[in-house]
Design a protein around this ligand. Structure first.
Ligand code: BEZ
Ligand code: FE
Length: 278
């Protein structure tokens, strides 16, 4: 009698097809991806129609991507996978500032601004807000030469790259701390906004009864030689969406008071060498 191929045999045959790859990490990733994809298909007993619908969805996600729109990142964000990758890769010490999701709206090369200047264009109609704080190491020493790359939405809830009427590089700036590690950044109070819903990810949110809101926040990427780069947000404590972020990025320690035109956001960076402040 001929031997029947089991589901397990089938998985092993597909996994073994990658074993000759010269990059062992690639072999590990492909083997593991197959283990979990096969388990998902088996567990849900995926029908042929459901499989085709999934392929159609992923095709639409790819077709929505262009130079400025990255629908796959949006999909990863809304499934919580982007945040999971950050949690694994930016694991902070007990004292360091919590990281959160990077998001698709960072633009490299933002203007380098003098400390105390504004990322908001003149004549804006937002509520003025000044962020101030100190960048320190895990032992509490202020860090000189820490760079804060800051970006946020305009008062209309759009990033400059989403708004053809916005001057480029609006609500963006890079600041460098002096010897005392302090910073002061003038901005507008960030507003709640919806992530883009005009593509297949928006359709997925609507068809599963989910919303697209992100609680008001300002993005900070803080780097300093010898320290782990921190990618994080400062969230407005008054946002009604803090408990229901569409991309699962809220961390309690990042929620700050933004009333009265001032917000204090202190930052602690971990050393690149575990357990050592350089
Ligand atoms: C953001 O905060 O800019 C963002 C994060 C994830 C998806 C969309 C936007
Ligand atoms: Fe954002």
């Amino acid at each position: 009698m001929t031997k029947k191929i089991t589901l397990e045999d089938h998985l092993h045959e597909a996994q073994a097809s990658f074993d000759a790859a010269s990059n062992p990490r690639l072999v590990e990733i492909m083997r593991s991806a197959l283990t979990h994809i096969y388990a998902f298909v088996e567990e849900t007993k995926l029908t042929r129609e459901e499989w085709a619908a999934g392929i159609e969805f992923l095709t639409a996600v790819g077709q929505k991507c262009d130079d400025v729109r990255q629908e796959f990142i949006l999909l990863s964000d809304t499934l919580g996978v982007s945040m999971l990758v950050e949690m694994l890769n930016q694991m902070p010490s007990d004292v360091a500032t919590d990281p959160t999701v990077f998001g698709p709206f960072h633009v490299p090369g933002a203007p380098e601004l003098a400390m105390g200047s504004s990322i908001a264009p003149e004549g804006n109609n937002g509520e003025p807000l000044v962020f101030s704080g100190t960048v320190r190491d895990a032992k509490g020493a202020p860090l000189e030469g820490a760079r804060l790359d800051v970006w946020q939405v305009a008062p209309n809830g759009l990033y400059d790259v989403q708004d053809p009427a916005s001057p480029p590089m609006s609500y963006r700036g890079v600041f460098e701390t002096g010897a005392d590690g302090t910073f002061e950044i003038h901005a507008t109070r960030p507003v709640d906004y919806e992530i883009p819903t005009d593509g297949p990810v928006g359709k997925m949110l609507r068809s599963t009864g989910r919303h697209a809101w992100r609680p008001a926040h300002t993005h900070f990427m803080v780097s300093c030689p010898g320290y782990k780069t921190l990618i994080t947000h400062a969230f407005d404590a008054d946002s009604p969406h803090l408990g229901r972020d569409a991309v699962f990025g809220v961390r309690e320690s990042l929620i700050i008071d933004m009333n009265g035109g001032r917000a204090t956001f202190n930052v602690v960076l971990d050393s690149l060498l575990p357990g050592v402040a350089p």
